[in-house]
Design a protein around this ligand. Structure first.
Ligand SMILES: [Zn+2]
Length: 154
């Protein structure tokens, strides 16, 4: 999923959890479950990781996603119930952290993140490697709808 979608789900989970530590933990584990849903980025991901081609496309996608996630968080911080901001924050941090760690691994190849990277993509690719992925444009439209819905419920 996009970081924006993970952030929106993490924010909702954080608020529901009612506790910053639980917000982080539930957000963190939600990342893997949510990533299992086919979401159209297998081609981008495989081109980057496996075939090492069209890498600028994957980097651009990630940068755009990251900036949208930043806008989402800023909108949340400025428009929503400030009393729950700590819960939103820890839910978002937990839910986005796995992709940050994967990014660190890609950049640094540091050994202690190798297994984490493998676990992440075990979940990420669980269904799409067996049954194929959905078209990216439909997955992105669906995620925009999901984020808008979740944002309206916060
Ligand atoms: Zn992920």
């Amino acid at each position: 999923m996009t970081i924006t979608t993970h952030a929106a789900i993490g924010a909702v989970i954080g608020r529901i959890s009612g506790n910053p530590i639980l917000a982080f933990l539930f957000g963190f584990f939600s990342h893997f479950i949510v990533d299992m849903i086919p979401h159209g980025d297998t081609g981008l991901s495989d081109n980057f990781r496996v075939f090492k081609r069209k890498r600028k496309q994957a980097v651009a996608y990630s940068v755009i996603d990251g900036v949208f996630a930043l806008f989402f968080v800023l909108l949340l911080a400025n428009m929503k119930d400030i009393g729950n901001m700590q819960l939103y924050t820890w839910g978002i941090i937990g839910s986005a952290l796995p992709d940050l760690l994967v990014g660190f691994y890609v950049v640094t190849k540091v050994g202690w993140l190798k297994h984490f990277n493998e676990i992440h993509f075990f979940f990420h690719d669980y269904f799409v490697k067996k049954r194929g992925d959905v078209p990216l444009k439909y997955a992105l439209i669906a995620q925009v709808v999901i984020v808008a819905y979740l944002q309206s419920k916060m």
